[in-house]
Design a protein around this ligand. Sequence first.
Ligand code: ARG
Length: 488
Amino acid sequence: MYRSRLDGKLDDITLEFLSSISDDSVIATYDILGSQAHTLMLLENKILSKQEATKILDALEKLKENIPEKSEAEDIHELIESLVIKKAGKEAGGKMHTARSRNDQVSLDIRMKIRDDINMVCFCLNQTIETLVNLAEKNQHVIMPLYTHMQQAQVGLFSHFLLAYADALFRDLDRFYTAYGRVNESPLGAGPVGGTSIPIDRQSTAKMLGFKGLIENSIDATTSRDFVAEYLGNASILMTNLSRMAEDFIIWSTSEFSFIELADRFTSTSSVMPQKKNPDVLELIRGKTSQVIGYQMAVLSNLKGLPSGYNRDLQQVKVSIWPTSKILISSLLVVNSLLKTMKVNEKKLRQAIDGGYSISLDIAEALVRKGIPFRNAHKIVGNLVQIASNSKKSLLALSTDEIKNIIHDGEINEKDLYKIIQSTTPEYSLETRKSQGSAGKHEQQHMIDNRKRKVQAYITGTNKRTNEVRESFETLKNNVMSLTKNTS
Ligand code: ARG
């Protein structure tokens, strides 16, 4: 449709190579809504007559249900314009593209798509965080070992672990939540790169499409895709957090650990080994994380070498967005259901403590409370663990005679040390663990209450934004309808 300056048609292979039609179905509806807002604005500003605008709007409205999948157009913008011209006639339809360009149009469509996706991701994140916090509340009494280097480190609580995931996801949530403000600005009316002499009203289209404001500078509006890089960066970080959780759960659901058991309907089996119950869902969270990181790399390396102004390379940016959103949303939905249905094996978690030496630091701190310098206490307990581990027993099983062998400087006698070892139970340790945000028993409920309030605030904010977008589309539709209702 646009090739009057050029001789000849594109051959089939070149068209296929150039065309983004197959990637554009995702933004077709947004392109129509954007075109309707643009048309209404042209009417408001007397750039189109009422009759012309009505014909265009009517054609656009009918296209909503029926956009052909195959065409000779190079992209959805050309296809929709050509179909509008076909339906509304050259006189009216030929005026739809007045004072805009595919360059502001495509940026608009992507922004509208990411805006919806962010609201959906925030919705799913809110749900998953709520589930984690509720589970934490139920598991405040479940004692487990905490690990560093995958070796037992300290005595902890399962609730504390779940709250740690929740807090990481809160930061993800906040990254998406604040990125929304940078996405929710309208590039429409920027034209190809330098604006237009036609007296358009960019604020009006922005308002009609529910944007909070404009990407004002027309070069910036048509060139920049940093909002895409930001979205994908946030996506990579979120997936990396989910992947860590997945990795923990994969390890914990091995028969060796058996800390948790996944519900059957979230596991897969083997075609050949009948006993298998595999955590494929969790493995796919890890696998899809790599994919999302790849999409982010694809976008950043696309953008880094481009000069200002629209370049066709930008067409390839889109194809990293759609699958990323799908992965984010499905991962969060699946993780949420998996969390709600998994079983926590309290006994196994507790046994793991009894079979290890994660109580060591608590014993050392008990010595510190007796006035022994920490470095000395560290040494005493290190020696205790050495002799216990050499004879393959727990610290509790050490006799006063054995303890006596490791005391050299008279800071404490073996009877007192024996008493301290015997009284420093995991339960007692968690009672006395006081520092803010620790695994201490009394730290849990206040974190839970605080996170519950926090997630409610995000839920309210996300709902408000979703409604604002929906309401602006409803108003747009009503305005279109009040013009077109007598047509056809
Ligand atoms: N299909 C293009 C894209 O997705 C639309 C913009 C084309 N603009 C242009 N000047 N060729 O990026």
